[in-house]
Design a protein around this ligand. Structure first.
Ligand code: GLN
Length: 200
């Protein structure tokens, strides 16, 4: 049975995520309300604009359902989605779901270099990604400024963590769904299989 992976489809590039999930062996469905959230095994919160996404989450009465979902089900947040999963958000401070022990600074690369594509390999990639290659597409990306002890860093760029995992959840400051070579969705979906270790 393929895991049913919801893509929060309120804003952002959810179509590209759905294609990446299906290519990686999951079954992608769009999630726009609490009823749709209840039937998925895991959720991806895509990139976009985190303040706008928070407003839309509020309008759809999804704030509490998402907080409850994240207590027992895996969530993968990319870029704006990573900002929503963080414990603390700066520049400016805003609400977040506190599902991962990270501090995230929004738009941290500045205007001049706000979007770039980096090829990560070698020492940039750790754990299950070691020995692979990863294309990281950064679009007005945040920087993860602090990781708590339960957080595993799976990829770095210029020394900063860009892909992290804590228990069930993963966060990327880049857009894996836009990469020409993307092992990240596969990693998330492999982790959903019943036999996969859920060690934190
Ligand atoms: N800059 C956006 C924010 O702060 C995130 C950008 C993205 O998701 N590509 O919400």
């Amino acid at each position: 049975m393929k895991p049913i992976v919801g893509i929060l489809a309120l804003q952002g590039d959810f179509d590209a995520h759905a294609a990446a999930v299906n290519a990686a062996g999951g079954n992608a469905v769009e999630v726009r309300n609490s009823a749709e959230l209840q039937v998925v095994d895991a959720l991806i919160i895509p990139g976009g604009e985190s303040t706008t996404m928070l407003k839309l989450i509020g309008i759809e009465n999804l704030t509490e359902p998402l907080a409850i979902f994240g207590k027992t089900k895996p969530i993968f947040g990319t870029c704006a989605g990573a900002i929503l999963l963080a414990k603390e958000v700066t520049h400016p401070v805003q609400f977040s779901f506190n599902l991962m022990d990270i501090t995230v600074e929004r738009n941290a690369y500045g205007r001049q270099v706000d979007s770039t594509i980096a090829q990560l390999s070698g020492g940039d990639l750790k754990g299950p990604l070691a020995g692979l290659e990863l294309e990281a597409v950064f679009i007005r990306a945040p920087i993860i400024r602090r990781t708590g002890t339960p957080v595993k860093v799976l990829a770095t760029y210029n020394g900063d963590p860009v892909l992290v995992q804590q228990g069930l959840h993963m966060a990327a400051t880049f857009h894996p769904e836009l990469a020409s070579f993307n092992p990240v969705h596969k990693l998330f979906i492999e982790g959903l299989k019943p036999s996969a270790s859920k060690a934190s």
